[in-house]
Design a binder for this molecule. Structure first.
Ligand SMILES: Nc1ncnc2c1ncn2[C@@H]1O[C@H](COP(=O)(O)OP(=O)(O)OP(=O)(O)O)[C@@H](O)[C@H]1O
Length: 400
C-alpha cells in the first residue's frame, strides 16, 4: 500500500472550474484556458504513487506545478478532479472527499510541511518554535519541551534553544524548521524547496543531513526542487513536471540515462552524473571487446589485454610492459586505493565517482566483475561519454 496515491489529479485555480475541466478535456492549452475562463491549471492529470519510506522529488521549472501538487497532498489546494489518497493506518483517506475534521487529523498526525522561507515565528524562542505544533495539539509544556530538545539535538542546535530566530543564520533557521517538522512525529513530510534560499555550501550540508536523518527516521518525503542535481542526490524517485503535467517519473539513473523529452534532456545535460551513474550503465560490455589470439583488448589506448578462462579474468598484460597485477577493490570502500600500474577489478555497481578514482590511481582501465565473471570494462572514453551527457544524443558510440 503506497503512503500517498495520486490518480488523474487536476488542480485548477479559479471560479469556473467545471468549464475549465471541459476545456482541458478538449485538449486546450493552459493559456487557452486562462483566456477563456481566467482559471489557471496548476496540475493536470497527475498520477503518482509514493511508497512508504521513499523520498520522491517533484522537479521542474518555475510554474510547472510542483507546489500546486505538493499543497494538494495536505489539503492546502483543493482538488478539482481525480483521486488523492493518503494512508492512515489501515485505511486510505481520499483528500478529494474528506471533511474538515479528517483533514485536521491528517495535518496534525500524518503530514508535516517544511517551507522554503523557514516560516519561524520571530517572537518565539527556538525551542518554542520547534514545540509550537505540539502546543497546538495540546501537549503540556514539559513534554513538548522534552520532545523539542530531542529534535534540536538531532539537527545539532541544542545549544541554541533559547535564542530567537533572528539570532540564527539562514541554514540554522532551516534546521529549526526541520526540527519542528520532525517533532510532529508524522510519517509524511512535505518539503517545498526547503534548501533553495540557502547558499550552496549550507545547502549541500543540509542535503547530506537530510539523507543521514532519513536513514534512521524512514519518513515518506515528498520534496519539491527546481534543481536536478539536488533531486538526483536525495530522491529515490524523481517526477519531472512541465506545464502542470508529470512528464517523466523514475529512479535517478533512469532519468539521467533515458530522458523522455528534450525538456528533461536539457536538465540532464547540465547535471553532474558522478554520484548517479553506476559502472554497468557506462561500461563497454565484454561482448563488445576486440578479440585477438584468445585475448580480449580491454583498453586500446593503453593496450591492456585480458586472458579470460571460463568467464574469469585469469591474467592481464600491457603490450610492451609485461603482466599486470590484478587487485579486487570493494566498490564502497573509498579508502582502498590500488597502486599505480595495478589493474583494479570491482563490482559493476560501482559509482562513477569511485570508478574514476580507481582509474585515476592505477592509470589503467577498471575491470568490472560479478561473481568472479568478467562483465565489462571502463576506460576514459566511457567516462567522457557520460560526463558530456552523450548517452541520449549519440547512442552507444563509446560502448563499441
Ligand atoms: N493559489 C493560487 N491561485 C492561483 N494560481 C495559482 C495558485 N497557486 C499556483 N498558481 C499558479 O499555478 C501555476 C503553477 O504554480 P506552482 O507554484 O505550482 O509552480 P511551481 O512549479 O511550484 O513553481 P515555483 O518553482 O516558481 O514555485 C502557476 O501558473 C501559478 O501562478
Amino acid at each position: 500500500m503506497p503512503a500517498i496515491s495520486i490518480r488523474n489529479l487536476d488542480v485548477i485555480f479559479g471560479q469556473q472550474i467545471t468549464d475549465s475541466l471541459k476545456l482541458l478535456d478538449q485538449g486546450k492549452s493552459r493559456q487557452e484556458i486562462i483566456d477563456a475562463t481566467g482559471d489557471v491549471v496548476g496540475v493536470q492529470n497527475a498520477s503518482l504513487d509514493i511508497e512508504e519510506g521513499e523520498i520522491c522529488v517533484l522537479m521542474g521549472l518555475s510554474g510547472s506545478g510542483k507546489s500546486s501538487l505538493l499543497r494538494a497532498v495536505n489539503g492546502l489546494n483543493a482538488i478539482s478532479r481525480g483521486e488523492l489518497l493518503v494512508q492512515d493506518g489501515e485505511r486510505m483517506i481520499d483528500l478529494a472527499n474528506c471533511d474538515e475534521k479528517t483533514l485536521r487529523h491528517l495535518r496534525a498526525k500524518r503530514i508535516s510541511m517544511v517551507f522554503q522561507k523557514f516560516a519561524l515565528m520571530p517572537w518565539l524562542k527556538v525551542i518554542d518554535n520547534v514545540a509550537y505544533g505540539l502546543e497546538v495539539m495540546g501537549m503540556n509544556k514539559n513534554d513538548r519541551h522534552k520532545k523539542a530538545m530531542e529534535q534540536l539535538d538531532m539537527v545539532g542546535l541544542a545549544d541554541w534553544k533559547d535564542k530567537y530566530p533572528h539570532e540564527l543564520s539562514g541554514g540554522m533557521q532551516q534546521r529549526v524548521g526541520l526540527a519542528r517538522a520532525f517533532a510532529m512525529d508524522s510519517d509524511i513530510l512535505l518539503m517545498d524547496e526547503p534548501f533553495s534560499a540557502l547558499d550552496p555550501l549550507i545547502r549541500h550540508q543540509l542535503q547530506e543531513e537530510l539523507i543521514t536523518l532519513q536513514k534512521s527516521l524512514n519518513k515518506t518525503i515528498l520534496f519539491v526542487s527546481h534543481d536536478l542535481d539536488e533531486a538526483l542526490k536525495i530522491g529515490s524517485r524523481i517526477a519531472i513536471m512541465e506545464s502542470a503535467r508529470i512528464i517523466q517519473c523514475g529512479a535517478p539513473a533512469d532519468i539521467v540515462l533515458n530522458p523522455a523529452t528534450p525538456y528533461v534532456e536539457n536538465f540532464v545535460a547540465h547535471t553532474n552524473p558522478l554520484n548517479v551513474l553506476e559502472g554497468h550503465t557506462l561500461m563497454t560490455e565484454v561482448e563488445a571487446l576486440e578479440q585477438q589470439d584468445g585475448r580480449l583488448l580491454a583498453d586500446p589506448h593503453h593496450q591492456v589485454w585480458l586472458t579470460v578462462e571460463e568467464g574469469k579474468v585469469a591474467a592481464a598484460e600491457m603490450n610492451g610492459s609485461g603482466p599486470l597485477k590484478l587487485q579486487y577493490c570493494e566498490a564502497d570502500q573509498d579508502n582502498q586505493i590500488p597502486a599505480c600500474g595495478t589493474l583494479a577489478m570491482t563490482s559493476p555497481k560501482v559509482s562513477m565517482r569511485r570508478a574514476i578514482e580507481l582509474c585515476y590511481s592505477t592509470e589503467l582501465p577498471v575491470i568490472l566483475v560479478e561473481n568472479g565473471k568478467l562483465e565489462g570494462v571502463l576506460c576514459d572514453q566511457n567516462f567522457y561519454h557520460a560526463l558530456l551527457g552523450k548517452h541520449f544524443t549519440t547512442g552507444d558510440s563509446a560502448k563499441t
